[in-house]
Design a protein around this ligand. Structure first.
Ligand code: SME
Length: 164
């Protein structure tokens, strides 16, 4: 039985990510199944911060070229499919670069799966051969939830977990 995540309220965001990364790596130790790894990450990331309305993965669908299909997530119902180049997730998949959107209402082509979504970060997920597996999408109901601290922490975590 793992220890519960304690949110003290005194931690900085960077400290929370440091603690979370240790916990996530410990939870995933020895587990190689992609879905089990993604589901556990979505759960732990979603619960560790306030204002998160959706945390999860979209996967490259090998059966349909140029399309992402929804993977493990926490939150309200997500869109099932997102074409490459569409919305924030599609941009991250197409460009292979993390997207931070301060206010989705200013992002042309944003896909509103949940009308409460205001800001988001989407991090591409690569395997050890630099093949795109999908994207990690985190959505918040307040403006400007994500910054360089989230980017650095999430990119580091995703690399440690999936590019091995
Ligand atoms: N926010 C995403 C769509 C997916 S969901 O919100 C779960 C986007 O514009 O890419």
């Amino acid at each position: 039985m793992r220890a519960p995540v304690i949110i003290t309220g005194n931690e900085s965001k960077a400290e929370t990510y440091q603690r979370l990364e240790k916990e996530i790596l410990a939870v995933l130790d020895g587990e190689t199944h992609l879905i089990a790894r993604m589901a556990s990450i979505a759960c732990l990331l979603h619960d560790a911060f306030e204002h998160r309305i959706w945390t999860g993965f979209y996967l490259v669908d090998d059966a349909k070229t140029g399309e992402l299909v929804v993977g493990p997530y926490q939150g309200t119902l997500g869109c099932l499919r997102i074409p490459f180049g569409k919305g924030v997730c599609g941009a991250a998949a197409q460009e292979g670069v993390t997207q931070i959107v301060k206010n989705v209402h200013d992002f042309a082509g944003h896909i509103a799966c949940d009308a409460r979504s205001v800001s988001e970060i989407v991090v591409p997920v690569f395997d050890k051969d630099k093949k795109l597996l999908g994207v990690l999408d985190i959505d918040s109901d307040v403006e400007g939830s994500f910054d360089a601290i989230d980017k650095q922490a999430l990119e580091g975590l995703i690399e440690k977990v999936f590019a091995v």
